[in-house]
Every structure is written in C-alpha cells, then in structure tokens.
Design a protein around this ligand. Structure first.
Ligand code: NAD
Length: 276
C-alpha cells in the first residue's frame, strides 16, 4: 500500500542491474510513493538492456549512463537530471559495489593493489565523487537525502568478504564526513543502510554466499531482511519523516548486528548432527 511519502520529490537511483538488484526494488517503491526518477548505471551495465523494463515501470524514467568513478560522467548525469526535472534533486540512492580481487579470486592476504585501488574507487570513493559533484553544482535541495548501501563486514570480520570489508569501512567514513559538511551547508542528510545478505548479482559473487546467508538467517531474530524491505527502508529515509537522521550507519538486518547467539544456533552446536 502506497502512502505518497515521496510525492513531488525527485531522485537519482544508481545501480539497478536487474530485477534482483536492491536499487531496482527501491526505484519501484520510490515510484509507487510518488517520486519522479532518473535511473543510472555504468554504460557496460546498460548494454544488458534490462534497465529499460524498469524505466518503463517508472513512468518512463530517463536512463542516463555514467561510470560512477568518472567526474565528467557524473557532471553530465546531474546536468541532464536537473534539466529533466526542471529543478534540483531531493534524493540519491548509491547502490554500487564491485570488487576486482573477489571477482578474480585473489585471497585478501595476496591482494593485487592495482585492483584494490579500483575496488575502493568504485565501491567507496564514488560516494564522495557523487556528493562532490552535487555539492559543486549545488544540485541538491535543502533537506535532501542521500543513502548508500553497506554491509556489517565494515565492523566485524567475514573472511570471504575480502577487500570489500575495507571498501565498506571507507564508504561509511565518507558518509559521516561528507554528511557533516553537507548538513552544515544545506541540511542535506547522508546515511548508509547496512543490509542483510541478499541474493543479487553482487551478493552472490561472494565466496561461500550460501553459508553466509544461511548463517545470518539463523543468527537474526527476525530473519534476513529482503531487498523489498530494504527498498521500504530507503523510502523512509528519502521521506520528510526522517529529516534529522544523518551521518548514521543504520542496520537493516533483522537484529543480526546485536545478536550474540540465537537459541536455534545453540541447539545446533549442542546437536551437530541436527539437520535444517
Ligand atoms: N547483496 C547483498 O548481500 C548486499 C548486502 C549488503 C549490502 N549490499 C550492497 O548493496 C549495493 C547494491 O548491490 P546489489 O546487491 O543490489 O547487487 P547488484 O549487482 O544488483 O548491484 C551492484 C551495482 O553496481 C553497479 N556498478 C558497478 N560498477 C559501477 C560503476 N563503475 N559505475 C556505476 N555503477 C557501477 C553495477 O552495474 C550494479 O548495478 C552494493 O553496495 C552492495 O555492496 C549488498
């Protein structure tokens, strides 16, 4: 059921690759809640053509290609978006992650540093680049809201998450730092949502993902949060109901982050042969 929470608001959604993407679900929810959207992804991702289906479902939202590490692409994206909206932007979803060392199967202790630079650029410093572009162009309205997606590996070790743990820690730091400056300058808020493991293209790329997702499910009193629920949470953060929430890392994980152990896991430890 829609509540018109984003009526009259204009937003840019980064990172909708296919139907499974968190950004895809978020775009649909934002549209349902009355927002006008621009969709963007890396030119190579747009070649898949999937995003056009999403654009159609979102009242023919324009699709504008931009490599999030390229400042010229970002400038042109913001120019075109403001032209399309006939004004400034109210919210941005940064739903982007990519690890070259994970993709190429390099162990954390044998990291290739050139690939690592690219990983940090795409997955973390890109948020700085997006915010900097908006800042330089004065592209965001007062009380605007920017949300980026992160994972609890920024705080705790999940070995196979590899260099993405460092990338997420940096992403969360950029959120706090830029959130401070943008808050002072224009009352723009910047937050990260730390989401449960979710079956998407990026998520499933992590080694041992099935173990990962099942473990999180067993360790969360509410169970893992779905991509749809994450989209709902994004909507609340883009809405005017959360205007004083900024510089936060907000766990959206069914309680996983604050659970030491669950009764189900204890039972399994006591009876290692137990199935299910
Ligand atoms: N899936 C999970 O388990 C999970 C859990 C917590 C956080 N997250 C985070 O959620 C976000 C979205 O990931 P997802 O799970 O929906 O997977 P996804 O693969 O659907 O989305 C990742 C997106 O990043 C885009 N991207 C990669 N390089 C880019 C570049 N240079 N320029 C522009 N875009 C680029 C991809 O095209 C893709 O659309 C990521 O930040 C991810 O780390 C995912």
């Amino acid at each position: 059921m829609a509540h018109n929470l984003l009526k009259g608001k204009k937003g840019i959604i980064f990172g909708a690759l296919d139907e499974k993407s968190i950004a895809w679900k978020t775009a649909l929810k934002c549209h349902e809640e009355g927002a006008q959207l621009v969709l963007t992804n890396a030119p190579v991702a747009l070649r898949m053509g999937e995003i056009n289906k999403l654009a159609e479902a979102c009242r023919n939202a324009p699709v504008i290609g931009a490599d999030v590490t390229n400042m010229d692409d970002l400038k042109s994206l913001f120019e075109k978006s403001m032209e399309h909206f006939g004004g400034k932007i109210d919210f941005i979803l940064h739903s982007i992650g990519m690890s070259l060392n994970v993709r190429k199967g390099k162990h954390y202790t044998e990291m290739n540093y050139e690939w690592n630079q690219k990983t940090l650029d795409i997955s973390a410093m890109s948020l700085h680049k997006v915010l900097r572009t908006a800042w330089d162009m004065d592209a965001l309205n007062e009380w605007g809201s920017v949300v980026a997606l992160t994972y609890i590996a920024a705080q705790r070790v999940f070995p196979d998450y590899n260099e993405m743990a460092d990338a997420k820690a940096l992403l969360e730091s950029v959120t706090r730092m830029f959130g401070y400056y943008y808050g002072e300058k224009k009352k723009v808020r910047v937050n990260t949502i730390s989401q449960s493991p979710t079956r998407t293209t990026a998520g499933s790329g992590v080694k041992g993902f099935d173990g990962f997702i099942n473990y999180a499910e067993a360790m969360s009193p509410l169970g893992n949060a779905s991509a749809e629920d994450c989209a709902n949470y994004c909507v609340t953060l883009f809405s005017d109901l959360t205007r004083y929430v900024t510089m936060q890392n907000l766990f959206h994980d069914g309680g996983f982050s604050f659970t030491g152990v669950t009764a189900g896991v204890i039972e399994k430890m006591e009876n290692p042969n137990l199935k299910g």
